[in-house]
Design a binder for this molecule. Structure first.
Ligand SMILES: [Zn+2]
Length: 144
């Protein structure tokens, strides 16, 4: 399933952008997927749930906009919507039009949050050795 590696790639791109912006998590992401990109929507959704686990995108709302394929005939110049890569021009029947839109996947926008959603190491602070000796080992005399 190639959708899985595509999602991992998106995670990589999004996390890089988030880090540059100083954010700790991503609350929303919007994608544009071309109809000719060979990404199957159901497989993509399934892969998404698996691949974002443990990443900054884990709790992000994902909005996908599917772009229709658009091609221009190299013979008659007709611009038409193309559903599959190997489709002839509906005007003159010529094969091999120039694909203008619909083959790419693009990360359009990210909504970043600078507060961490949760601490990855909640016990880290408590586990740190104390730098100051504990004063309680030599209790200060109580005055009554
Ligand atoms: Zn044509």
């Amino acid at each position: 399933m190639h959708e899985f590696s595509i999602v991992l790639n998106i995670v990589e791109i999004a996390e890089k952008e988030a880090r540059i912006a100083g954010a700790h998590r991503i609350s929303a992401i919007s994608l544009e997927i071309g109809r000719l990109s060979s990404i199957e929507p159901a497989a993509f959704r399934f892969a998404w749930k698996q691949a974002v686990r443990g990443s900054m995108l884990e709790h992000a709302r994902c909005t996908i906009r599917y772009l229709p394929g658009e091609a221009a005939c190299t013979g008659c110049g007709l611009v038409f919507e193309i559903k599959q890569l190997y489709e002839p021009c509906p005007g003159c029947g010529l094969f091999g039009p120039e694909i203008r839109q619909g083959q790419s996947l693009r990360v359009c926008s990210l909504r970043l949050e600078d507060e961490p959603a949760f601490s990855l190491h909640p016990n880290e602070a408590a586990a740190e050795p104390l730098t100051q000796p504990v004063a309680a080992s030599k209790p200060s005399p109580k005055k009554f």
